[in-house]
Design a binder for this molecule. Sequence first.
Ligand code: ATP
Length: 348
Amino acid sequence: MSDGVHLKDIGKDYDAVTAVDKVALDLPKGTLLTLLGPSGCGKTTVLRMIAGFVDPSRGEILLDGVDVTRVPPEKRGTAMVFQNYALFPHMTVFDNVAFGLRLRREKRAALTRKVNEALDLVRLGDFARRYPGELSGGQQQRAALARCLVIEPKVLLLDEPFGALDRHLREGMQTELRKLQQQLGITTVLVTHDQQEALALSDYIAVMNHGRVEQFGAPREVYDRPRSRFVADFMGVSNMIPGRVRASGGGRVFEAERYGTFALPATGGEANGDALLALRPDALRLDPAGLPGEVSFATLTGSHYVCEVRLDAGGELTVNLPRTDPRAAAGTRISVSADPAETVILPA
Ligand code: ATP
């Protein structure tokens, strides 16, 4: 363990409040980690501790093998893009991007070359002489990114970088950022409360709750195999059914009052006893042998319909149906079953 970001049980107290507690994360060089969680879970505090703007109460921070826990922010080799971009309004784009290099007393020719390269990288080559107020939101964000990239930081830190952009622009910028990050191989930590954004951009996701990392893993792992109700909820599982796991015919089944019996994969999750069955809306499928019910409400999201289904036996399930399925309409009778491979068992 050397290059990359290593957080060793860092914590932060504000008087009686513990904002961050025992956060331990190892991020290999060149990868992108997203700190994901609801407002107040401590993700920004972790980012600011990495940047050096907040002193940890406990623990150590290593960047590329160097303990920087007590090193001032400007000497850490980190660079941060803030949600509001924090560009200097009275300076041109060129001068904004040149700022960090001037602080380092970079020679004039090298400075001009590096600034122009950074501006080309974010496709702002033609905007060098403009002021931030003369740029669109997306352009301002690219200028803020260029200002960071130009100093070739060991670690790029991004605090809700897309929060101020409208949805369409946000998706475009997410793709651009990810391409650039991979092309440059720059170690990056990003903070967001948007699970779609985390899934789209990350090599690793740390889901945070009450100052702690509740689950860490690759996006698919966190999405497909949430280990707690909190993570499942946050990753968009809307069906949580209480019941019991028991052995049956060499395998395992889940028994729920009203909902009946669900087949389970042989391994994973709680072995036996009281548990929650977590079913993603896309883990349910139409099946004549499944649970009968009626669609009570259907909303089109673009790629598919999200349907609320009132079961004849009582209870409700949320089910995704393809955009083209005519059964995705209130009043339609359908039967649904769960794909055993897509079921997740959580502690009760
Ligand atoms: P958000 O998405 O709303 O920014 P967050 O997950 O980034 O939330 P933090 O900003 O890290 O959360 O805050 C974590 C906790 O620490 C919160 O309860 C917050 O009120 C508290 N906190 C943060 N900064 C301070 C401070 N300077 N003084 C006292 N408490 C603070």
